[in-house]
Design a protein around this ligand. Structure first.
Ligand SMILES: Cc1cc2nc3c(=O)[nH]c(=O)nc-3n(C[C@H](O)[C@H](O)[C@H](O)COP(=O)(O)OP(=O)(O)OC[C@H]3O[C@@H](n4cnc5c(N)ncnc54)[C@H](O)[C@@H]3O)c2cc1C
Length: 451
């Protein structure tokens, strides 16, 4: 078998893998990125394609431009289930042509020395004495099987999780996904019959009836094209996402005529992997469960994970040591930038998924949580207790005591879990004890919600 050696092997060239490569490029390391898809399809995956501008600013990534940008976003209009209340949450963002932007990032990394092989799949990880040493890959262009030795291997395989799930289950990065901690999502891109009103506003429709445990979206891609779809919670026996799509499409997107793209995929909606690193290995993006648990957006956080991975990998390579402790900075960086917010939002997601439509209608109509509070929740992952107090005043006498109690419970657990993540262990040896505390807290939270 042919054999090659690299400092870093990145498996997967979607947003997370491409960003990892982009941040590693030009530093003098031998980096190989492979993707199963042909070049012109990398980055082409079912997605709503909406990403907040903040992510590009924070990570100093170039803005999408030209054909990479389909629509500038000014904010979101959030519709209550009965459609009687509409909230506007302002915030700049982009509706991307994701493959075009993704491929540009890859080309920039390539121009700075990253080697890229398309049509190439990692078939098995090389694990020696429990240490990741690279992977066996198959290149369909050259018909070659190649053993790639790498000091550090990055699993950026998206929801396929195709590298890390081949590791023995006792290795922490092999952690599996509970079906209920994922949304089954489906979307189509379609041409509309007439010009879309306010194409700069994304529309989100909450409805347990039409999208149980998830929501519908209508994201304009210019004046005459829209990305429309829905996500529903997995593992609950809700039935097929396609049936919901067909049944409710006319309600949320009455104006579409010609479908140009269709497809669906799974979206993890939980806290990140308990550890995103192992000896010789880093996990990024959907494979590491980096998606926002409430809105299901994962491209921005995939970029954050790529940024953190590149930082940790660079320092490990500089130090000449690639074990989990040398790569631990990945965990600390990601948790600080996004992971602790995800953990807190996972609790909020569990709360929202249990709310009946009438409570959501009521809460939005009465302003129990306001648009600005929603911003605070989505930006910082904190639900202010003052919100729950205010809700208490509004709810007293309105015969919804259970909603109040739950809102208070959620707010306090969200603060607690953030605190726990702020004390994420500095060494691997402390991880099992920390994980026990986390699981205990989640179990208590679930029990409190089910009361
Ligand atoms: C319907 C839907 C709507 C969504 N809407 C939004 C949205 O509006 N905004 C947002 O931010 N996020 C959204 N998301 C989530 C977002 O799409 C993902 O979080 C993000 O694209 C993940 O990027 P990634 O790089 O981790 O994975 P991916 O983009 O899935 O990339 C993984 C890559 O790895 C390659 N690969 C896999 N296995 C191997 C292997 N063994 N060898 C070689 N290559 C391999 C694949 O070919 C693929 O290119 C949505 C998701 C879905 C399903």
């Amino acid at each position: 078998m042919k054999e090659s050696s690299y400092d870093v092997l990145i498996v997967g060239g979607g947003f997370s893998g491409a960003t990892t490569a982009w941040h590693l490029a030009g530093r003098g390391y031998r980096v190989l990125l492979i993707d199963s898809k042909p070049w012109n399809r990398i980055g082409d995956k079912p997605c709503g394609d909406a990403v907040s501008k903040d992510h590009f600013d924070d990570l100093k990534m170039p803005y999408p431009q030209g054909e990479e940008l389909e629509q500038k976003v000014a904010g979101i209009r959030l519709y209550s289930p009965d459609m009687k209340t509409v909230w506007t949450v302002k915030g700049e963002g982009f509706e991307l042509n994701a493959p075009a932007y993704n491929q540009r990032i890859l080309k920039e990394a390539q121009s700075k020395g990253v080697e890229i092989m398309d049509l190439t799949t990692a078939s098995s990880p090389l694990l020696e004495n429990g240490v990741m040493k690279g992977a066996v890959i198959f290149n369909r262009r050259t018909n070659e099987t190649i053993k790639i030795n790498a000091k550090i291997t990055v699993d950026a395989t998206g929801n396929a999780r195709s590298l890390r799930m081949k590791l023995p289950p006792e290795i922490p990065v092999a952690e599996d996904l509970d079906d209920r901690d994922a949304d089954v999502a489906y979307r189509e891109e379609a041409i509309t019959v007439q010009d879309i009103e306010e194409p700069e506003y994304l529309r989100i429709f909450v409805s347990q009836k039409a999208a149980p445990g998830g929501y519908w979206w209508y994201f304009p891609k210019g004046e005459r094209k829209v990305n429309v779809g829905l996500g529903i919670q997995g593992g609950m026996g809700y039935g097929s996402v396609h049936e919901y799509y067909r049944k409710y499409l006319k309600v949320y997107a009455p104006d579409i005529k010609e479908v140009v793209v269709r497809g669906g995929a799974l979206v993890p909606t939980r806290r990140p992997l308990t550890s995103l690193v192992w000896d010789g290995m880093v996990v990024v993006g959907d494979s590491a469960f980096t998606v926002n648990p409430v809105h299901g957006g994962g491209k921005g956080s995939a970029m954050i994970s790529g940024f953190c991975a590149a930082k940790a990998i660079t320092n490990a390579l500089e130090a000449g040591s690639y074990d989990k402790q040398s790569l631990w900075e990945m965990n600390l960086c990601y948790i600080d930038k996004y992971g602790q917010k995800q953990a807190s939002l996972e609790l909020f997601r569990k709360f929202l998924q249990r709310l009946p439509d009438e409570d959501i209608d009521f809460g939005m109509r009465k302003g129990l949580i306001k648009e600005e509070d929603l911003m605070e929740v989505s930006v910082k992952g904190s639900l202010k207790l003052s919100v729950a107090e205010k809700a208490g005043r509004l709810l007293s006498g309105l015969a919804r005591p259970s909603l109040l109690i739950k809102l208070k419970t959620v707010a306090s657990y969200m603060a607690k879990v953030k605190e726990l993540y702020n004390n994420y262990p500095l060494t691997y040896s402390e991880l099992p004890r920390w994980k026990d505390s986390l699981y205990e807290m989640y179990a208590q939270f679930d029990a409190a919600l089910d009361q």
